[in-house]
Design a protein around this ligand. Sequence first.
Ligand code: CS2
Length: 472
Amino acid sequence: MTDRLTRTTPAPKPGIVHLGPGAFFRGFNAVYTDEAMQAQGGDWGILAVSLRSAGPRDQLAPQDCAFTSVTLGPAAKEARVIGAITGCLVAPEDPGAVLDAMTDPAIRIVSLTITEKGYCHNPATGRLNRDHPDIAHDIANPGTPKSAPGYIVEALARRRAADHAPFTVLSCDNIPSNGKLAREIVLDFARTRDTALAEWIEGNVRFPSTMVDRITPATTEDDIAELEAAESYRDEAMVNHEPFRQWVIEDDFPQGRPAWDRVGVQMVADVEAHELMKLRCLNGTHSTLAYLGYLAGHQTIADAVADPDFAALCRKMWSAEIVPTLPQPEGEDLPSYTDALLERYRNPGIRHRTWQIAMDGSQKLPQRMLGTIADNLNRGVIPQGLCLAVAGWIRYVSGTDEQGRPIDVRDPMADRLRDAATSDDPVGNVLAISDIFPAELARDDRFRDAVAAAHDRLTRDGAAAAVKAYVA
Ligand code: CS2
């Protein structure tokens, strides 16, 4: 049997605690930070914290937290060992150790890739969901938290009590104004405990927003075996990703930051236009391809866009429905951006499963599609492609595919969605879920009728035919 990968360079001193050490973090934050330390030094090693499973620690720890980042180009692969991670904690095993690390003054940034649902917020309002079981637990047990907001608020309270400067909170999830959302939920949580603490956080803690982008499919056993054959070592913590990457960050780090600007990160004053571009153009069509593509039998994004109708679906949605709603981000040419997206989707090296992207739709739809739909309705346009995508999601969460086979729907609201989507009035009952659909949109007859018509068509003719009809 081949040996495990081992670290050959000394581990840096930690300056960052990162919550959510999944594939995206490894192929993105860790790679950029590794390069930034190589370019300009600095004690910016990353202590990774898994809030739930022991998986990341079990993969990373036996290799001294070194791991391989594999860039999958359309023609060739390139493997690089990344040494930026200094350790990995599993929070449920020892919440005290995580809080100690977060209270250490050497830690100046706490970054997050906890996915949409990790914010424990109501997706329609952006406020903390106090009924969330983890939040209720953390309010009652502040010293042994479970949720990201619970850890952040307790660590900030301890830093304040010890007279240490706070860390900067850096959200790297696919949510618009992710820094503002992180700030809202942290403040909402702090207010449940202590108004003075909430005021201190409000006045002293920075929450820069970011736009993050790199397609990073979940690692499979085959990926690990292929790397083992090519490099003659075994790396359970490896990640595969596309060559493209883009990180736009609001430059607001009173306690300092790695020299990310030296390695291609765009440090800007306001990230919003970039975020809207990325969330609506990329994630909006990604989710569309996920639901309609899955229903039409496509396993991966590359398979879906190899079908000319699905490629045309993306192009038509970008030009007719998505790009017209966007402010112009500085330095971007939107038509070139969307052309490049289609090329990225086509990358045959990337096997990004439609099923993976279809997960957690209840948390993703608002920022990926519903805002774009509302903007179109406000300008008098009924966005038929986006309405078809919403109808595709409703079909998907019903839990049965077009051949009558079960779909493994993963979503925190899966049961509620299935009940609504399999009722007598699937569209009416799903749109009535106010945690997902803002009241004004749910009430809009133009939207409701377009989704209902698309849902009828999908049920009658199937996804492939419905997409063909849209692009015709
Ligand atoms: C994808 C994203 O899984 C998903 O929902 O749409 O993770 C996407 O690959 C990234 O945002 C690309 O930057």
